[in-house]
Design a protein around this ligand. Structure first.
Ligand code: NDP
Ligand code: X2W
Length: 311
């Protein structure tokens, strides 16, 4: 019997991209909700409980409500929202972080899909903390470029509106209160003593991300060089399909944040010298930053090849 999959929020940005990756597949059965009833709690409840696995591609509050509607003990959940990423009983859906993360996802009933900015930050920082190159109480700084699809349908409409504010043509820093909603998961997953100083930056392009962590080598234990940090990350992720490390200094002399759009890849670029290092994670907010990662997690949970639907 093919596993039955339901995408709650299929009409949204993340949901649609999961749907597009799943429709060609013959190894699953997609449960589709009646278009008119897609926000009807009773109809959603029926679908949520009829499925073997559900993707929640909803605002946080609606995701919490959806989880509360599930009374079938066999229904497994992948939540793309921020609602459960640090919640007890949920596993963090980033399998490349460690064999432990991967093993948890494989048998999990509740997987929280990582936030997009958080994915970029954690991909760089988690291994360096594990390897002892960054102490958990190290004062970290990061910034993260994103396309506007990261803000869902509302932000896409705002940026694509022919009568939009002309200032949207310039990049804009947001999260200026320094309390971005991805900070708790960055701290929780990496085991940090305090959140990084973090600015997200929105550009006038639809898709693609570049998340950069800045390090002063003389403040790190053993004063590693940028090359040594590059070597450590390269060894850490050796053999992974979806996370890779570029040759030292990067693949090109500049870094375009839309380089990996349309893929489920996340590529780390380490630059610097004896005194300073930057680690930039390049990926697609709707690939490894959301929908691609969610499908990868589904593959692991249901015993499919990790790459199925993601080639
Ligand atoms: N976009 C991205 O790059 C990323 C998004 N995410 C997260 O994924 C989740 C979805 O985001 P995104 O796809 O961008 O958002 P969108 O706004 O594009 O889509 C959300 C969808 O949920 C629907 N919806 C809202 N409330 C309900 C409800 N009560 N019942 C059923 N459907 C409902 C909306 O309906 P309607 O169409 O009528 O508005 C919409 O189709 C969010 O939590 C987001 O933070 C995570 C990582 C990256
Ligand atoms: C451009 C933009 O607005 N991006 C969103 C993050 C998108 C994402 O990762 O969403 P969730 O954490 O909600 O799942 C933001 O920075 O709030």
């Amino acid at each position: 019997m093919k596993p039955v999959i339901f995408i709650d929020g299929r009409e949204g940005t993340t949901g649609l991209q999961i749907y597009d990756r799943l429709t060609p597949r013959q190894d699953i059965e997609l449960l589709l909700i009646d278009e008119e009833k897609r926000k009807d709690p009773a109809e959603r409840k029926k679908c949520l409980n009829a499925a073997d696995l559900v993707f929640l591609c909803l605002p946080d509050e609606a995701a919490r409500e959806a989880v509360a509607m599930i009374d079938n003990p066999n229904t497994r959940v992948i939540d793309a929202s921020t609602a459960h990423r640090t919640a007890p009983g949920w596993d963090y859906g980033f399998p490349e972080l460690s064999p432990h993360h991967r093993a948890r996802i494989v048998c999990s009933k509740r997987v929280a899909n990582p936030g997009c900015h958080a994915s970029g930050f954690i991909a760089s920082v988690y291994p360096l903390v594990q390897l002892g190159l960054i102490p958990p109480d190290h004062p970290l700084c990061a910034y993260s470029l994103t396309g506007y699809s990261g803000g869902g349908k509302k932000l896409i409409a705002e940026y694509q509106d022919p009568h939009r504010d002309p200032r949207h043509a310039s990049a804009r820093i947001y999260g200026t209160n320094l309390h971005h909603k991805h900070l708790p998961e960055m701290v929780h997953v990496c085991g940090l003593a305090a959140p990084p100083v973090f600015h997200p930056i929105l550009g006038d392009y639809i898709q693609g991300m570049a998340t950069t962590v800045l390090l002063r080598n003389d403040t790190l234990p053993g004063r590693p060089t940028a090359q040594e940090i590059h070597q450590a990350l390269s060894s850490y992720y050796a053999g992974q399909t979806f996370v890779s490390v570029a040759p030292f200094g990067g693949d090109e002399p500049v870094i375009y944040s839309d380089t990996l759009v349309g893929t489920n890849q996340l590529r780390l670029i380490v630059c610097g010298h004896e005194a300073q290092t930057t680690v930039t994670a390049l990926f697609d907010n709707l690939g490894k930053g959301a929908s691609g990662a969610a499908v990868q997690n589904m593959n692991l949970m249901l015993g499919f090849a990790e790459t199925a639907g993601l080639e």
